[in-house]
Design a protein around this ligand. Sequence first.
Ligand SMILES: [Zn+2]
Length: 141
Amino acid sequence: MTPEDERFLRRAIELAAGAGASGGAPFGSLLVGPDGEVLAEEHNTVTIDRDITAHPELKLARWAARELDPETAAATTMYTSCQPCSMCYGAIQRSGLGRVVFALSTEQLVGLNPGAGWPEVRQEGPALYDEARVPIEARNP
Ligand SMILES: [Zn+2]
């Protein structure tokens, strides 16, 4: 972690504080390109948008996938006030971003906010392999 990383992390924390002060959930993130320029900033808008996916990390990952070429995305760092949740981490992986730097870990967040987090959801499967593989194999002969 460099002094520059800490500077961008402080900006993410500032975005989180701003979101919290305006009645939203206090989470913020930004993307910093290969030359150290801020490409985009976001904060949590789950409440105002009535959208459970409106986490700043997910919004930035979608922006990066849409707006950046793969080489630039790979050289871009996401700075975020808290460690990305599993939903956001999946989007970050798919976006091609090269690096994530976070302030609070998920464990630290839960420690500060007991009861935070999401319940486990039972998943069942695999099933119907011979039927389910058909559309996959049709796409990848
Ligand atoms: Zn998230």
